[in-house]
Design a protein around this ligand. Structure first.
Ligand code: GLN
Length: 268
């Protein structure tokens, strides 16, 4: 009776251990960086966000951010794997906290609010906001959009900026938030909104890819800087990210990646 009970208990333990072994419980690189999946640097992003991250013709996620995080992965001796997930979970820190990914790379602006819940890398890109309309329907100021609809991407700095402007200047504008960039661009293309506001580099890319359709009619110099993010307190991974960016800036790799994905650098 007694032996039987122990045998049953042992069987349960063996099953439990075998069950766990099937899941990857993470790993540690040679340089001592803990990762959620062994041999992989798992990146959370929110697609599409060309030229920072978008799918190429073969379905592979490519772009400026992808190329920079590849450098981090190489330094760690692992390969990058990208998870597409809503921006809310990225900026709130939830995805990093729950172990969905090791790093967030999503054309994400460093803000004081986000710094409370994420640890950001050194800035790797400067951005501003752009006001966009369809060609032939140019509107250059928010005031001129009186009584009309303006589209933003929900939960982004562009969304925050426009809502703050509406409040501050008491503008008569209906702000419509879309779930991703593709939905926002579609809304502009189909006249659901009279104008759209978002990060200048992604709108420049859209205009390049769809010539003659939309135009940037004004810029708002919000002085934004993009940063990659890790889970709060993950200093070893943050250092690897910062080291990779610094090395790329020094050895010319950053400029090469910039030229490939963004184009000529603005004269400074
Ligand atoms: N840079 C903007 C922000 O951080 C938009 C980012 C994005 O949509 N991926 O809010």
């Amino acid at each position: 009776m007694r032996t039987g009970r122990y045998a049953a208990l042992a069987a349960v333990v063996v099953l439990a251990v075998a069950g766990c072994a099937k899941d990857d419980t993470g790993g540690t690189t040679e340089s001592g960086v803990a990762l959620v999946k062994s041999g992989t640097l798992t990146t959370c992003t929110h697609l599409p966000y060309a030229p920072f991250q978008s799918k190429d013709a073969s379905g592979k996620v490519v772009g400026f951010d992808v190329a920079l995080i590849d450098l981090v992965a190489t330094r760690l001796g692992v390969t990058q794997s990208i998870v597409d997930t809503p921006f809310e979970g990225i900026k709130s820190g939830a995805d990093l906290n729950s172990g969905k990914c090791d790093v967030a790379a999503a054309g994400m602006t460093i803000t004081d609010e986000r710094k409370q819940v994420l640890d950001f890398s050194e800035p790797y890109f400067d951005a501003t906001q752009a006001l966009n309309t369809l060609a032939g329907k140019e509107v250059k100021t928010l005031e001129e959009l009186k009584g009309r609809r303006i589209g933003v991407q929900g939960g982004t700095t562009g969304d925050d900026y426009i809502k703050a402007q509406v409040k501050e200047k008491n503008l008569d504008l209906e702000v419509v938030a879309y779930k991703d960039l593709a939905a926002l661009q579609q809304a502009l293309a189909t006249n659901q909104v009279a104008a759209a506001v978002g990060d200048l580099p992604v709108w420049n890319e859209y205009i390049k890819e769809n010539p003659g359709q939309a135009v940037v009619t004004a810029g708002f110099d919000t002085g934004e800087q993009y940063g990659f993010a890790v889970k709060k307190g993950n200093a070893t991974l943050l250092k690897a990210v910062n080291d990779a960016i610094a090395a790329a800036r020094t050895d010319g790799t950053y400029d090469k990646i910039y030229a490939e994905w963004i184009g000529a650098k603005p004269a400074s």
